[in-house]
Write a protein that binds this ligand. Structure first.
Ligand code: AR6
Length: 170
């Protein structure tokens, strides 16, 4: 069965899925935004495990346990900082989504929620980021047959509207 791709308006830390994605920084140390919320909800053991990972390059992803989160795993990915679009940001953002899906497949994850990577502190324009998110995930679906539920978790009604329009191909 093809997976469901859907956008919801929620705090990602509350979602009952196998794994949630964290929009992290290269140090993988707790920051603000969704990263801060995930670390607060997971508890201090998450930062301890992150410290052992030796950071993460922009465009790459690493997996940890979810500790006190409902989600069993957290996939930490580092999106690009928006610098106007001429610094390879689109390719790096697409790479984040692909690497998260690769880790999901390698760990038999069946349900996965993404936040809108790079569109907060890192300043990536939401319309362009949503197109990359939806297109890249759709292009990778053949490689993740066990994933039956993929959620784009939006943190504002505006972001939700953008993702819903993008998913509808408008
Ligand atoms: N649930 C879902 N989405 C959320 C939540 C939440 N609880 N909180 C915020 N968002 P950002 P970035 C949305 O800034 O742009 C951190 O300090 C938010 O509205 O969290 O990739 C890291 O440590 C936005 O749509 O991530 C890095 O240093 C989206 O999540 C840096 O920020 C991403 O916003 C990464 O910046």
């Amino acid at each position: 069965m093809p997976p469901t791709l859907r956008a919801v308006y929620a705090d990602i830390t509350t979602l009952n899925v196998d794994a949630i994605v964290n929009a992290a920084n290269e140090s993988l140390l707790p920051g603000g935004g969704v990263c801060g919320a995930i670390h607060r909800a997971a508890g201090p053991e998450l930062a301890q495990e992150c410290r052992m990972l030796g950071g993460c390059r922009t465009g790459d992803a690493k997996l940890t346990r979810g500790y006190r989160l409902p989600a069993r795993y957290v996939i930490h990915t580092v999106g690009p900082i928006w610098q106007g679009g001429g610094q390879g940001e689109a390719a790096l953002l697409a790479s984040c989504y692909r690497r998260c899906l690769e880790l999901a497949a390698a760990n038999h994850i069946t349900s996965l929620a993404f936040p809108s990577i790079s569109t907060g502190v890192y300043g990536y324009p939401i319309e362009e980021a949503a197109k990359i998110a939806v297109t890249t995930v759709r292009e990778s679906l053949a490689n993740v047959p066990m994933l039956h539920d993929i959620i784009f978790c939006c943190f504002s009604p505006h972001d939700l509207a953008v993702y819903r329009r993008t998913l509808a191909g408008e």
